[in-house]
Design a protein around this ligand. Structure first.
Ligand SMILES: [Zn+2]
Length: 398
């Protein structure tokens, strides 16, 4: 059956940009046409019509950093540790649907337990559960007792062990490799956020073995040393990129230039709770911390948007809320929307599949009330999500 989705405007994330009074024709999961509503309606009189006056159609959003296996509650790790995989999978399916409610049609899951996000990915693809396209890393590589060790990704640091660990992830069906290059926030008694967990040489082995399996590498890196080593080792994306040293922030121009020149992207991993940071670490430091993202973009580094959904209070059902940070930093709405759609797709090597409204790409769409190009918060007013050609009516916000 063909679907014709029409609205006051279609924002395509291409150079053609906007179609006023436009429509998108969908057939067998693919976008087959985009153009003026009247023209498309005439060409497809048999199509099932979803018409949204006063709304905008955009490419489905891409949340480039989530953890479906964490529940975004007050104690996500304890909840995870108390759950068997079957129970965990039920919760993950629910959170996958919440992502769709928010217009997110692709998520990159950067660390689960036992490959559960890979199972969710496959269940979505088979149509057994309702959810976005999932790119999954499986358990993130970490050192013994290191950041997020409880996800099961602890590895010895000799070359053979590192290579074997990556081969195992490839066998498990992972789409990407995630390595905890530095410490993090949420693991008691593990290295500090600014401390490196792996050396540059060890990261090189990880990148090399991942490439042999055709897998990109996402490096969690808060510390400036870890960022420096990860970029030198040739990772695909740096997650967080917080520029922490032992004595505070330590932004490194030479590393930023290296990222720009080698095409390494940064994913911030910041949820809608970004406003609250000032109260925690002081307004001045919070401003500098957020400014690192506009500094990266000004210096030509690609930045994509992820929310670290699943960690404490970082919800799955409000991707739009996280985008407010970029508005606050002075990006225009068109640019922010591209970062969350076409630029993210390109960074994740999905540009020929999704991220724009172009005939031949998968039918990943979000329809929102109003006009997010004029008012970004309208992106949160989701009326319909189409994921891989399947329409989904969002449930009332949780
Ligand atoms: Zn994360």
């Amino acid at each position: 059956m063909r679907l014709l989705v029409s609205a006051e405007r279609v924002w395509t994330a291409t150079d053609e940009h906007l179609v006023e009074d436009g429509a998108v024709l969908v057939e067998r999961g693919l976008i087959t046409a985009v153009g003026p509503r009247a023209e498309l309606a005439e060409s497809a009189p048999d199509a099932h019509v979803y018409d949204f006056p006063g709304h905008t159609i955009l490419p489905g959003l891409i949340n480039a950093h989530v953890h479906l296996s964490l529940d975004a509650g007050a104690e996500p790790i304890n909840t995870l540790l108390a759950s068997e995989d079957d129970e965990l999978l039920d919760g993950m399916a629910e959170r996958a649907e919440q992502a769709l409610d928010a217009g997110t049609t692709t998520v990159r899951d950067l660390g689960d337990r036992n490959g559960t996000a890979i199972r969710i990915r496959d269940a979505v693809a088979r149509g057994e559960i309702t959810g976005p396209r999932v790119l999954a890393a499986g358990p993130p590589l970490t050192v013994h007792g290191g950041h997020c060790w409880f996800l099961g990704g602890e590895v010895e640091r000799d070359e053979n062990s590192l290579r074997r660990a990556i081969a195992r992830r490839a066998e498990l069906g992972a789409d990407t490799v995630k390595v905890m290059a530095s410490g993090g926030q949420i693991t008691p008694n593990s290295p500090a956020m600014w401390q490196s967990q792996f050396s540059e040489d060890e990261l090189r082995v990880i990148v090399d073995e991942s490439r042999r399996h055709g897998l990109p590498v996402a490096a969690h890196a808060h510390g400036s040393d870890a960022i420096t080593d990860a970029v030198a080792a040739g990772v695909t994306t740096v997650e967080h990129c917080t520029w922490l040293g032992p004595d505070g922030m330590d932004e490194r121009e030479a590393v930023i230039r290296a990222m720009r020149d080698s095409g390494v992207r940064v994913c911030a991993g910041q949820s809608r709770n970004w406003h609250g940071l000032g109260a925690m670490i002081g307004e001045d430091l919070a401003r500098r911390f957020h400014r690192r993202l506009s500094n990266l973009v000004e210096d030509g580094v690609g930045v994509i948007i992820g929310t670290d959904a699943g960690v404490r209070n970082s919800v799955f059902h409000d991707f739009a809320g996280a985008l407010g940070l970029y508005e606050h930093l002075g990006f225009d709405n068109d640019r922010i929307l591209r970062m969350a759609t076409s630029e993210a797709a390109e960074a994740l090597d999905l540009g020929q599949l999704t991220g724009r409204i172009v005939p031949g790409l998968r039918a990943d769409l979000v329809v929102v009330r109003g006009d997010p190009l004029a008012r970004l918060s309208d992106l949160g007013e989701v009326a319909l999500t189409v994921a891989n050609g399947r329409p989904h009516h969002p449930r009332a916000a949780a």
